[in-house]
Design a protein around this ligand. Sequence first.
Ligand SMILES: Cc1cc2nc3c(=O)[nH]c(=O)nc-3n(C[C@H](O)[C@H](O)[C@H](O)COP(=O)(O)OP(=O)(O)OC[C@H]3O[C@@H](n4cnc5c(N)ncnc54)[C@H](O)[C@@H]3O)c2cc1C
Length: 399
Amino acid sequence: MDRYDVVISGAGPAGAQAAFRCASAGLSTVLLERDVLPRAKCCAGGVLGRAQARAELQLPDDLVEQRIKSFAVVWAGNRKLFPLSGEVAAIVRRERLDHFLVMRAEKAGAEVLEGTRSLGAREVGDGVVVTTDRGEVSARALIVAEGCTSRLASSLFGPYPGRRMAMGMALECEFGSSPGDVMEVHFIDTPVDRLSSRVVFPRNGWMFPHQRGGNIGVVAQAASAADLRDTIEHIVKDCGQRYNGTVSRSDIAAHPLPLYPRDCVHSRRTLLIGDAAGFVNPITGEGMSYAFTSANLAASSVEGLLRDGKGLNSYAVGCRKKILNDLSAAMFLGPKLHWLLGKVNLSTFFDQVGRNDDIMRACAGIASGESDWRDLFARMAPRTMPFLLLNHRLIRGRA
Ligand SMILES: Cc1cc2nc3c(=O)[nH]c(=O)nc-3n(C[C@H](O)[C@H](O)[C@H](O)COP(=O)(O)OP(=O)(O)OC[C@H]3O[C@@H](n4cnc5c(N)ncnc54)[C@H](O)[C@@H]3O)c2cc1C
């Protein structure tokens, strides 16, 4: 049996990026993927500027459906457009992006074994043995990048609690006319009735534009499949009216996403990255920038382990600094935002936000990676509280 420096299980954005980094650092790297590529993945396909920067990605034009230069908030028959000063995200089809990332890893020297499903793993002496449906793979370190339903993460680190997950559904539509470069967020169950101290992910949806149509979807923490499907139909109808009808549509796909990071993300020879580690933003559902960041951190820690005999604790430290601080701010801010929006007149509130350069810059900064959720919180806290208390025009019922 060949022995690699590192085996990576799962070839989504996290696994492909880790393979790219490990192979580029000269480590003998094998990437296992249960499906044959390109494979479909239920996702809205929004790659924020910060995600592109963390993956050192120059996305070629033929991979990009739309480059986003504005976003709109849609609620109860209203729509508010926020033009932005530059490109904040690119919309892609995930099957194409993921394949592109795997090919990049392959070019850097990683061996890719498609159609190979990992079934179990054990740490033995100074290495790890992964059992797959095509035999065993041995390596000095293992990176688990199998997404939120990871079998290896569950067997090595314990199952991820279902109550900590949200469920997403999405489809692709072609419209009668192009939706342009506007990314739409549809508030369905925001505002929420009660202020919660825990993460809340109320049912909300989106339309992320493609060249001739868009990806339409919804995510929620506690909604039935029927409610999620109804929401998608509602957004399809709304967008169809705005963009000259719906010409065609795909089937609806569904996939869970984790709302809380796992408590433990590495052992002596194994690291969890991306969704397998629970790294998804609990306000937006965005996971790719955390997938790329954790992949970069894991690759450096594996290099440190194999070259200098350092332990993998540097991975936990890196995750705390570069991922968990940002996620904690979002976990704190999210429930307040969903509740706050119920206390204000939304039209007036969004008008004020749109005119507030500081807050708009902070939002664009999160997308580009120049700032994070902690900065937005720091800028909003001193403004929103007096803003709510003093501006009587905003208090619902007096608008
Ligand atoms: C509806 C929805 C919309 C979303 N929209 C966005 C968005 O617009 N922007 C954004 O940044 N994030 C979005 N996300 C989150 C994003 O999809 C994830 O954060 C991201 O895919 C995580 O990447 P990953 O590589 O960790 O896992 P995944 O993308 O899930 O990849 C895991 C890979 O591992 C493979 N695998 C699984 N088990 C095994 C096994 N046993 N053996 C071998 N291979 C295995 C899978 O086939 C897959 O290829 C969305 C999520 C959902 C559900």
